[in-house]
Design a binder for this molecule. Structure first.
Ligand SMILES: NC(=O)c1ccc[n+]([C@@H]2O[C@H](COP(=O)([O-])OP(=O)(O)OC[C@H]3O[C@@H](n4cnc5c(N)ncnc54)[C@H](OP(=O)(O)O)[C@@H]3O)[C@@H](O)[C@H]2O)c1
Length: 212
């Protein structure tokens, strides 16, 4: 499959690109900084220049079979960029997918995005942006899946996770394992129309995804 990854130089994205390449897929990553192109190539992905806040993504979607939104304004950004990137960039790409008939769409959301008002004050603009993007995707008519990981770490992946609509606890999950779950979810039809939380756990990633 040809997979388009938004935020192609992100920490989860680069991990996912490596996994996709190893699995025989064709990853393409949207980036806004040409200096990042070499890192994508090293990961086995084709770099595609597109700033999701300022450009029209439609000419860059190519022949994608699926889109993964792993982009975000990042921790150093203010409320305005949460709105233009975490929300606005996602909506732009959802609209592009609908217009260009790319049915499969995976969102890297966040734990807490389901109920932004219950989050800490400082987190609210971020969670509201994620919430809005998730709502837009759920209403899109696409074959969507929304993944809501807990706090991301750069610990080595274990391949074992816990995933469910509501886990009833907070916690962490390595980016390696989020990338693995995204790979598994891409061609798991049972995850279409499903929103799930994700933490480190004791179930092999494939089994956790297939049991959703
Ligand atoms: N941190 C956590 O604990 C946590 C928990 C749950 C969910 N999440 C979410 O998980 C997702 C992935 O996390 P991560 O750590 O892999 O993210 P990351 O490393 O911060 O990657 C985000 C990517 O988005 C790109 N981006 C920003 N603005 C852009 C624009 N205008 N056009 C195109 N690309 C743009 C960045 O590119 P540049 O380098 O050019 O800025 C970066 O490569 C994020 O959405 C994050 O909010 C995070």
């Amino acid at each position: 499959m040809e997979i388009l990854i938004a935020g192609g130089h992100g920490q989860i994205a680069l991990r996912l690109e490596r996994l996709l390449k190893q699995a025989g897929h064709r990853p393409r990553g949207l980036i806004r900084n040409p200096a990042h192109a070499g890192d994508l190539e090293a990961a086995g992905a084709e770099p595609v220049m597109c700033d999701l806040e300022h450009d029209d993504p439609r000419p860059h979607v190519g022949t994608a079979d699926a889109i993964v939104y792993a982009a975000g304004a990042g921790p150093g950004s203010g409320a305005e960029r949460k709105r233009t990137m975490d929300y606005g960039g996602a909506v732009k790409l959802i609209d592009a997918a609908r217009e260009l008939d790319v049915a499969r769409w995976l969102m890297v959301s966040s734990m807490g995005a389901g109920d932004p008002d219950s989050g800490a004050e400082a987190m609210r603009p971020y969670l509201q942006a994620k919430h809005g993007a998730d709502e837009a995707l759920a209403a899109s008519g696409l074959d969507w899946t929304i993944v809501r990981p807990g706090r991301l770490t750069n610990e080595p992946g274990t391949g074992f996770v816990e995933a469910a609509a509501q886990l009833g606890r907070r916690g962490e999950v390595p980016r390696d394992d989020v990338a693995l779950v995204l790979l598994e979810a891409l061609d798991a039809p049972n995850t279409v129309g499903v929103t799930f939380e994700l933490l480190a756990g004791e179930t092999p990633a494939r089994e956790a995804v297939r049991s959703l």
